[in-house]
Write a protein that binds this ligand. Structure first.
Ligand code: NAD
Length: 489
């Protein structure tokens, strides 16, 4: 760790020299290692002046980028994919150092951008293709002599304001399709993943994306707010529901494209006919992967009363594999939480639940030095507890017994969120019956906490609006232009 730390400081100094030309007078962003609370480095935040310059630069370049042949934009994205592979180890270590993700999971996150690249490159031509509708005039049921054509154009300059929990996923899901469809991007990584954000920017430029087409904005909520208030043509935000609602007010006022990927309080239901061992194995991963800091992490578990005890036994068995450790070690499964205040927040949820009748099955307290929290399971939970209502965003879940499917469905829907929900059952028909009435944008049968590039990813209720991924997630970065064409009579 010590040897790497020295390399890291050298590497960071070189980044800092580049950044310093943008901002010599502004404040610095302190980057801390959540595993031991030590200061890793400080990097300059953007100022109003530097941000204005970046927006102006993007605006001036947007016509050139829009008219750059698609094949060139595609080649640059393909090269970016290769560079991510080349620098995998360094990038994974930076990600782990700045936000605490276990190193094996950091590598997996970066590697998984490959299948998204393949999907976007495979679909982009179809997604952008113009359409010529049949020129039948439905009113007169005759063919008209006016030709009609639908074309898709980029939005222009977009702001991508991102979260820290999966910076490669949530960043890439926005900036890759935005760039491919011909938009200039101002990318603001979270203050807890700023080094990864800057590293992505460097690699995109090395891959051939012009510097004006992709610019990184460094800072926290202040810089995010300034970006939202600026003259961008679209805002693509991933973060908490509270921040998302604030942003929505400004964006709606300006009538620009707005896409919000927000929080979750995702439930699973274990039916009495489920394969309990398999369900427990899969759900333990859904709770503890990424130290529980996933928008689609499992946070609520409803268990049919007929299998309540045996399921809990299996869950305890499988969750024992998820232990906290040094996130730089290959074997580590649960790292520290990214934010300093989060362990204390989780403690208040645990105390509230215990006071209202919950039992601790496992964990329930802060871990070692740094921002660790023990992997935690609480049984006998109910919806008067904050643990079953507020997003936890940590390695913790509440369990409750239910008498039947209807009761499970009612509790799954008793939330302000609507991101994902899962049912574990041997019967596809039974799972389908329950899931079709669940108010969530993504539903799973015998799996959970999963995202596919081929399917739209979005939320209902306080979990957001709009989608990324899928063909929809490419077209969301475009607007239509309707052409009516008639030769001179
Ligand atoms: P956050 O809302 O604190 O911050 C998100 C981003 O917004 C950061 O870059 C931050 O600097 C910026 N920001 C903060 N205040 C702002 C303001 N007033 N105006 C503009 N920008 C502002 O969220 P977070 O802690 O970074 O991320 C965790 C949250 O993100 C969780 O709720 C999680 O569920 C959610 N999330 C959702 C998805 C999804 O796909 N639905 C994916 C990942 C994370």
């Amino acid at each position: 760790l010590h040897v790497f730390h020295l390399d890291f400081i050298e590497w960071e100094k070189s980044l800092r020299l580049k950044g310093a030309t943008l901002n010599t007078t502004g404040a610095l962003l302190a980057i801390k290692n959540p595993a031991n609370a030590s200061l890793l480095c400080e990097i300059p935040k953007d100022t109003c002046r530097s941000l204005e310059k970046k927006i102006e630069r993007a605006r001036t370049f947007s016509k050139t980028w829009k008219n750059t042949p698609l094949i060139e934009r595609m080649a640059a994205l393909r090269r970016f994919d290769e560079l991510l592979k080349r620098d995998l180890e360094k990038l994974a270590q930076i990600l782990t150092l700045e936000m605490g993700k276990p190193i094996a999971q950091s590598r997996d996150e970066i590697r998984s951008t490959h299948s998204r690249t393949e999907f976007f490159l495979g679909e982009i031509e179809r997604a952008l293709a113009g359409e010529e509708p049949s020129c039948q005039d439905y009113h007169n049921t005759e063919m008209t002599e006016i030709r009609e054509f639908l074309e898709r154009e980029p939005l222009g300059v977009i702001a991508s304001i991102s979260a820290w929990n999966y910076p490669y996923f949530v960043g890439f899901n926005v900036f890759a399709p935005a760039l491919l469809t011909g938009n200039c991007v101002l990318y603001k990584p979270s203050e807890h993943a700023a080094l990864s954000g800057r590293a992505m920017g460097d690699l995109l430029h090395e891959a051939g994306i012009p510097e004006q087409a992709f610019q990184v904005v460094v800072g926290d909520g202040e810089q995010g707010q300034a970006l939202v208030a600026s003259q961008v043509d679209g805002i693509f935000f991933t973060g908490s529901s509270a921040t998302g609602k604030l942003i929505a007010k400004t964006a709606q006022e300006r009538m620009i494209r707005l896409q919000l990927e927000l929080g979750g309080k995702d439930p699973v239901y274990v039916c009495d006919d489920a394969d309990l061992d398999f369900a427990a194995y899969s759900i333990a991963e859904g709770i503890f992967y990424n130290s529980g800091q996933g928008c689609s992490s499992v946070e609520r578990i409803y268990i049919h009363e007929a299998v309540h005890e045996p399921f809990i036994e299996r869950l305890q068995y499988h969750s024992a594999a998820w232990q906290i450790g040094n996130p730089l070690e290959d074997t580590c499964k649960v790292g520290p939480l990214a934010r300093e205040e989060q362990p204390a927040f989780l403690m208040t949820q645990v105390e509230d639940a215990i006071q209202k009748g919950a039992f601790v099955l496992r964990g329930g307290k802060r871990g070692r030095d740094g921002y660790f929290f023990e992997p935690t399971l609480l049984a006998n939970c109910n919806h008067s507890m904050r643990l079953m209502q507020e997003e936890s965003f940590g390695p913790i879940a509440g369990l409750a017994s239910v008498p039947n499917d209807q009761a499970a469905l009612t509790l799954m829907n008793d939330t302000t969120y609507g991101l994902t929900a899962a049912v574990y059952s041997r019967s596809k028909e039974r799972a389908r019956r329950i899931l079709k009435d669940v108010e969530a944008a993504t539903v799973y049968w015998n799996c959970c906490d999963r995202v596919s590039p081929r399917l739209p990813w979005g939320g209902r209720k306080d979990s957001g609006m709009g989608v990324t991924l899928s063909v929809e997630g490419l077209r969301i970065f475009t607007r239509t232009k309707a052409w009516h064409l008639r030769d001179t009579p």
